[in-house]
Design a binder for this molecule. Structure first.
Ligand code: F6R
Length: 613
């Protein structure tokens, strides 16, 4: 949450900061701000609302010749999303400015102390405390003052600081919030909360670790430990994402583009990892040799939101094929229950961003309890990937739309790979079954590719009838129950229609009371092992005049006898249905939200990377 960008070098800083912030706006869009150094003074602009407001407000200053500055796009934690609370924040002298992502937990006591010492505060934020605290220690050495200030701070931060008295320097520091440096031999030094902000300028990055500070100049950067001041060395990583991957490419919204990128995201995730002839899966990156595997008696899947839905599907796959008991935990709950976790447990954290605070806290706890930790993650070098014992990367490319789409189906592909890998190692499936399942997995990308335009067309016919409904229920059974949850989440988060997902068989234990002739219910009814059970649940809804939308198998004529609103999908290997049936759920949410004029890519109150607990 919150995106920060900083730059020092030979380019005009204002466009560099705006380019970066545009690519980070998914992290928060309550307000935005920029500050740069010009004629030995700080020039600051801040605005409520989206970045576009700030861009309009900056006017001709966009062309400033300044080459040093920092910027911020905010997701409010402390203090309302007003201009006064927008970053950058300054000290009393107005010579120092700071942008911050994270939470200063002891800000209250620090603020009181600083107030008593005469500091004047102009915002309600925790961040402003940092500006004044640095000022308190500032004599003639900015690095020293920042280190001393950070030594007093409890909580999380990724921050950028500039000071008029050291006009060629930008300080970056991190603790429990993501921060990455961009390296360019001629253009200078960049910093940002996430890689896409750097991509227009460089794909050479250096990841800061917790407790580190970097001094950035036009010539490069130097890393230090905040606690000891000791110099540190860290190699560059070359990222294989391009700037254009983080652009809309003619699509109306990032979300739609990302829905259509799913065949590629799935193919990239599977590529090189599965052998069709032998059905064998290779995942050397998780470092699970036969001995390590022999110790594993249970698996915990830990994740939040959409990634948690992927975990719910994976439970079916792993238990069915690898015969290992699986527990699925919402990361924000995981830490607050009595955990029976030790070295016999494999913990798998699933996260698009690799930065979600709750999931991160979960894997840290699991590690402490002796569990081996593997992540399934989309962002190279993110905190989870660095802290886990191994990572299975999903190669979905940058996901910019706040609602997760391609990352989800890529996670499903990665989790299916993991299930096959474990099954083969445990010897719970034979060659023939391995080949069959590997073929099903490799085949799903092309099916999605072919079906996407057809599904979009079919969804289009429903929008007039459903775009203005108040509520929506989604039901599914077995492996498709989590897809019902995911469909409901997609719809509620981008269209603001109240939506709930239920296990179809559970409806009669309460939720069926909601059904009347106004209530739309989407049921996932492929011809699979639980088909007749779901049909019975659908009949129960029809008997109560619910407005049914059915997602089912092409050629299933029975569905049309239940409702006119049927989306037909091809009959494929049952195990791949969760991936295929996700597509109409995503497109339904997208088309309804777009029709309602909602801000699809940046829904209200949300941020993509949830780095606060
Ligand atoms: C919903 C959505 C969120 C994320 C959740 C976890 O569309 O995107 O529910 O899935 O915040 O994020 P990651 O996967 O980055 O840990």
């Amino acid at each position: 949450m919150c995106g920060i960008v900083g730059y020092v070098g030979s380019k005009r800083v204002v466009p560099v900061i705006f380019e970066g912030l545009k690519r980070l706006e998914y992290r928060g869009y309550d307000s935005a701000g920029i500050v740069y150094l010009e004629n030995e003074a700080l020039v600051k602009f801040r605005c409520e609302g989206k970045l576009i407001n700030l861009e309009n407000h900056v006017g001709e200053a966009y062309l400033s010749s300044s080459c040093v500055g920092i910027g911020h796009t905010r997701w409010a934690t402390h203090g309302a999303p007003t201009t006064d609370n927008a970053h950058p924040h300054s000290d009393c002298s107005g010579k120092l400015a700071i942008v911050h992502n994270g939470i200063i937990e002891n800000y209250h006591s620090l603020r009181e102390e600083l107030r008593e010492r005469g500091h004047k505060f102009t915002s309600e934020t925790d961040t402003e405390v940092l500006a004044h605290l640095i000022e308190e220690y500032l004599e003639d050495d900015l690095v020293k003052a920042v280190r001393l200030a950070l030594d007093r701070v409890e909580g999380s931060y990724a921050l950028g600081v500039i000071w008029t008295e050291e006009p060629h320097t930008l300080i970056a520091a991190r603790n429990h919030s993501p921060l990455v440096l961009g390296v360019h031999d001629e253009a200078g030094s960049f910093m940002a909360s996430d890689i896409p902000a750097l991509l227009p300028y460089t794909n050479r990055v250096v990841f800061l670790e917790d407790g580190e500070l970097a001094v950035l100049t036009e010539k490069g950067h130097t890393l230090f430990s905040i606690a000891t001041g000791e110099k540190k060395e860290r190699g560059e990583v070359v990222i294989d994402w391009s700037a254009s991957m983080a652009e809309k490419a003619g699509f109306r919204h990032f979300m739609l583009k990302e829905i259509f990128e799913q065949p590629q995201a799935i193919a990239n995730t599977i590529s090189g990892r599965v052998n069709l002839e032998t059905g064998e899966v290779t995942l050397p990156e998780i470092g699970l040799d036969d001995q390590a595997l022999g110790k594993i008696k249970r698996i915990f899947l830990v994740a939040c939101g959409t990634s948690w839905h992927a975990a719910l599907v994976a439970k079916y796959w792993i238990e069915k094929w690898a015969r290992i008991p699986v527990e699925v935990d919402i990361a924000s709950e995981y830490r607050y229950r009595t955990l029976i976790v030790d070295e016999s447990v494999l913990t798998v954290a699933i996260s698009q961003s690799g930065e979600t605070a709750d999931t991160l806290a979960g894997i840290r706890l699991a590690g402490k309890l002796g569990s081996r930790v593997v992540t399934i993650c989309n962002v190279v070098g993110s905190t989870m990937t660095r802290e886990a014992d191994g990572t299975i990367y999903t190669h979905a490319g940058p996901e910019i739309g706040v609602a997760s789409t391609k990352a989800f189906t890529a996670q499903l592909a990665a989790l299916f790979l993991l299930a096959l890998f474990l099954a083969e190692k445990k010897g719970t499936i034979d060659l023939e079954k391995r080949q069959e399942l590997a073929k099903a997995l490799v085949g799903i990308g092309p099916v999605v590719e072919k079906e996407l335009p057809l599904i979009q067309e079919q969804i289009g016919t429903l929008i007039d009838s459903f775009y203005d409904c108040r509520d929506f229920l989604f039901i599914g059974r077995g492996m498709n129950f989590p897809i019902a949850l995911e469909g409901a989440l997609k719809l509620k988060e981008i269209s603001y229609i109240h939506a709930e997902g239920y296990a179809a068989g559970e409806l009669k234990h309460g939720p069926i009371a909601l059904i009347d002739k106004e209530m739309p219910i989407l049921a996932i009814v492929p011809r699979d092992g639980v088909y007749s059970k779901v049909i019975s649940n659908v009949e129960e809804i029809k008997a109560r005049q619910g407005r049914l939308v059915l997602l089912g198998s092409r050629g299933d004529t029975q569905l049309r006898t239940l409702t006119d609103d049927v989306i037909y999908l091809p009959e494929i290997h049952e195990e791949m249905n969760p991936i295929l049936y996700t597509i109409p759920a995503q497109l339904l949410a997208y088309e309804i939200a777009a029709r309602r004029g909602c801000d699809v890519d940046q829904p209200r109150n949300l941020a993509k990377s949830v780095t606060v607990e």
